[in-house]
Structure formats: structure tokens, C-alpha cells
Design a protein around this ligand. Structure first.
Ligand SMILES: Cc1cc2nc3c(=O)[nH]c(=O)nc-3n(C[C@H](O)[C@H](O)[C@H](O)COP(=O)(O)O)c2cc1C
Length: 163
């Protein structure tokens, strides 16, 4: 792959608007870990499967690649600062941010637009990332506006028109 193609690929992916999530898990000592992610997608309905892509350079990669459960918090437009915190290396990401433990032991934010708890099924090797395939154990949603990342900026969705 040439440097020019890599830049073009990055620009193309910056054009793809993505909902911003915080993915969480507990480490072996019960400490909360998590990072901001847009690479989250549904995979299957029966059974309900979800996919998360994580960079192998992430400080929590080893944990996520072998955890039993992980949580996905779909953020609201009011949670851009929380997203930025979870993308800041070395930051205290859980102190005072209000995460709570879900019924399957994952960390969920009570203000998130949606909270999904997954049992990790498999981690698939994919270049410099790993794909975490999770089976959905529980999912909850709340009303609100989504936080979107597009053009390397946090954005809010604007409705076009009503049918
Ligand atoms: C909007 C946004 C989306 C991101 N999406 C992902 C993603 O899908 N996968 C990933 O591995 N990192 C993603 N990142 C980068 C990580 O959140 C960031 O590198 C974080 O610091 C990694 O955790 P660590 O500091 O503990 O290594 C994203 C960052 C931002 C700001």
C-alpha cells in the first residue's frame, strides 16, 4: 500500500459518518477499561451479534481480546466531552463519569442513547486491528440525539424533513 492510497483511504473513511460509542470491559482485577469507537456494527439478528473493531495498539487490546463480556454505550450529542475523554491516552476515564455496572457485569452509562451488553464470542485478527464479535445479552435505549463523528469532527444530526 502506498502512502497516497493510505491517505485516500483515511479521507474516504472520514467521509463516512459514524455514531460514537464507548466500549467498556473490566480487567482481571475488576478495574474499568474503555475507549471511544465508531467501528461498531450489527452483524446478525438471529443470533443477535455485534462487531467492534479495536486497534492492536490500544492499551486495552489484550484485555478486550480475551474478556468474557463487553459493553457498548451509544453516546448522545451531549456526550462529546465523554467521547473525547475516552480517546485521550492516559486520561482517568471513569473517575466521576457516572458509569454503572450492568446486569452482565459490563460498564454502562445511564445517559447513553443505547447500552448493549455482549458476551465475547470470538476475536478475529484483521491487519492492525482485532474484530470483537459479541453476542448481545441485553440492550436498552433512551430518547435523545446521537453523537456523530464526520469529517474528523463531532457533529449533531439535523433532520431533513418528515414524511
Ligand atoms: C470518534 C472516535 C472514534 C474512534 N473509533 C475507534 C475505533 O473504532 N477503534 C479503535 O480502536 N479506536 C478508535 N478510536 C481511537 C481510540 O478511542 C483512542 O486511540 C483511545 O485513546 C484508545 O485507548 P487507549 O488510549 O487506552 O489506547 C476512536 C477515536 C475517536 C475520537
Amino acid at each position: 500500500m502506498t502512502a497516497a492510497l493510505l491517505d485516500e483511504f483515511k479521507d474516504a473513511m472520514a467521509a463516512l459518518a459514524g455514531g460514537v460509542c464507548v466500549v467498556t470491559a473490566l480487567d482481571d482485577d475488576g478495574n474499568p477499561r474503555g475507549y471511544a469507537a465508531t467501528s461498531v456494527t450489527s452483524v446478525s439478528m438471529r443470533p443477535p451479534l455485534l462487531l467492534v473493531c479495536q486497534a492492536k495498539t490500544s492499551s486495552s487490546y489484550r484485555l478486550f481480546s480475551r474478556c468474557t463480556h463487553f459493553g457498548v454505550n451509544v453516546l448522545t450529542a451531549e456526550q462529546a466531552e465523554l467521547a473525547a475523554l475516552f480517546a485521550t491516552p492516559g486520561a482517568d476515564r471513569f473517575g466521576g463519569t457516572g458509569f454503572e455496572t450492568g446486569e452482565h457485569g459490563t460498564l454502562l452509562h445511564p445517559d447513553a442513547l443505547a447500552s448493549v451488553e455482549c458476551r465475547r464470542r470470538e476475536t478475529v485478527d484483521a491487519g492492525d486491528h482485532g474484530l470483537l464479535l459479541g453476542e448481545v445479552c441485553a440492550a436498552h435505549t433512551r430518547p435523545g440525539d446521537p453523537l456523530v463523528y464526520h469529517g474528523r469532527r463531532y457533529q449533531r444530526v439535523r433532520p431533513l424533513f418528515r414524511r
